[in-house]
Design a protein around this ligand. Structure first.
Ligand SMILES: Cc1cc2nc3c(=O)[nH]c(=O)nc-3n(C[C@H](O)[C@H](O)[C@H](O)COP(=O)(O)OP(=O)(O)OC[C@H]3O[C@@H](n4cnc5c(N)ncnc54)[C@H](O)[C@@H]3O)c2cc1C
Length: 415
């Protein structure tokens, strides 16, 4: 159980610190934050509940934005990640069977690629190896944060490491512990949002024809349907459908599942072969009322969650991590207290509004396209026509989708 202690009183004695900063959660976001603080002078501890190999084995895959790639390059892990992931140079966006698709190409942005697709392990393992080699970072894995007690000068954190319960003292705790963040809940931070009426089916397939480094996003009235290229001519399917339909689809036998899948995919990739199991995930939109409190900051899914359309969730968290690292490093180099609310507010005012824009964008996409109401169909087809014909709008949309809108963290500016 994690709880926020009673409001700090001035009678609490000042703490002596074991670490400057503790990160609860060593998923991709927690480890990105820690890695971005390599050589910062800050003493960091990352606490992850799952053993390294189990955490890395999650069967998830993500579209990775250009900006996220630049952040990883700035950290120094990109050369380990890049050989294990796929890139895409074309994005095809289409409205169900309507023949006029919007095609985004690299020359629209003047970049070599439009994005990447990575399996969880291809991101997490290089980050785990990286933090293990950083002299200023202690990586406690497996270890679990049990409780955080906030005092005016710091945080006392109880941890379970093996059979032992230990207490450590830090200036700041960062919650990178996922959508159900215990740290956020115990601190009494409210969230707003909703569960979608859709669930998301994910699967890996091997198409008969090559994927041609193309990412497809098809908007069916039941929900968005994406095909993302992976190494080894495999593809990741991210398929949203109303809950009951999604449940029925994953329960189909392989042959019937593939027949349904092929119907949504179209014929462009030929016969599909299923690789491994398929899974169904609930989908929600969530934004925390606050990203920071004195001596506490939230990053990644602990702070916000969005619909998987457009592959934004993890990328938003990577930008949170890079932004928070920058704010903390600057404060530390100026001799400021990194747990001070005024410092942490610099991070919140940078990231909260940018994330809200993306949450709104993904929600609008889902609502406008998961809809057969004729006036809405007409409006969205006009919208697609505008995207095809008006280059500045096409470039704006592409920049939004690839993370190139908004403030760029300094760590990504070297590339
Ligand atoms: C179907 C689907 C498809 C998606 N596709 C994409 C995509 O293409 N692109 C994209 O950008 N995003 C995508 N997302 C979103 C993405 O999966 C999440 O945004 C991302 O995984 C969040 O990472 P995180 O590190 O914040 O949280 P998590 O991955 O949940 O990590 C939290 C970590 O904290 C640890 N932890 C929890 N409690 C404690 C504790 N008390 N002590 C110690 N450790 C603890 C957990 O073990 C875990 O390792 C998708 C999501 C879904 C559902």
């Amino acid at each position: 159980m994690v709880r926020l202690d009673s409001p700090p009183t001035l009678s609490n004695p000042p703490l002596t610190y074991d670490y400057d900063l503790a990160i609860s959660g060593g998923g991709i976001i927690g480890l990105t934050l820690a890695s971005a603080l390599n050589n910062s002078g800050l003493k960091v501890v990352v606490i992850e509940a799952k053993p390294q190999s189990i955490a890395a084995a999650k069967g998830q895959a993500y579209a990775i934005h250009l900006l996220s790639g630049r952040i990883f390059a700035g950290i120094g892990v990109w050369d380990k990640i890049l050989p294990q992931i796929a890139h895409f140079c074309h994005v095809q966006l289409s409205d169900a069977d309507y023949p006029q698709s919007v095609n985004f190409e690299t020359n629209d942005l003047g970049t070599e690629v439009l994005g990447y697709v990575a399996e969880h392990q291809a991101l997490l393992k290089p980050l785990q190896d990286f933090v293990s080699g950083c002299p200023n970072i202690t990586y406690l894995c497996p270890a679990q944060v049990l409780e955080a007690q906030y005092q005016p000068s710091g945080v006392e954190i109880s941890l379970r490491v093996g059979n032992e319960v230990k207490t450590i003292r830090t200036r700041l705790i960062v919650a990178a512990d996922g959508a159900k963040s215990q740290i956020r809940q115990a601190a009494g931070i409210n969230t707003r949002g909703w569960q979608y009426w859709q669930s998301c089916i994910v699967a890996f397939v091997k198409p008969e024809k090559g994927h041609n480094n193309t990412a497809y996003e098809k908007f069916w009235s039941s929900g968005p349907f994406a095909v993302l290229p992976l190494p080894g001519n495999r593809c990741r399917i991210v398929w949203t459908a109303p809950h009951a339909e999604a449940k029925a689809i994953v329960a189909l036998n392989d042959e019937d599942f593939l027949a349904e899948l092929t119907r949504r995919c179209g014929a462009q990739m030929g016969k599909l072969e299923l690789e491994g199991d398929r899974f169904v995930f609930p989908v929600q939109l969530m934004q925390s009322d606050r990203y920071v409190l004195p001596r506490l900051a939230l990053v990644g899914d602990a702070a916000h969650c969005c619909h998987p359309v457009g592959g934004q969730g993890l990328n938003m968290g990577i930008r949170d991590a890079a932004a928070l690292a920058q704010v903390l490093q600057q404060a530390y180099s100026q001799g400021e207290d990194i747990g001070n609310l005024a410092i942490l507010k610099r991070y919140e005012s940078w990231r909260k509004q940018e994330n809200l824009t993306i949450l709104g964008f993904t929600d609008l996409l889902d609502r406008v396209f998961s809809n057969n109401f004729l006036p809405v169909v007409i409006i969205r087809r006009i919208g697609l026509l505008v995207l095809r014909r008006v280059p500045p709008i096409k470039v704006f949309a592409l920049k939004l989708m690839t993370g190139l809108k908004g403030r760029t963290p300094e760590i990504a500016q070297k590339f």
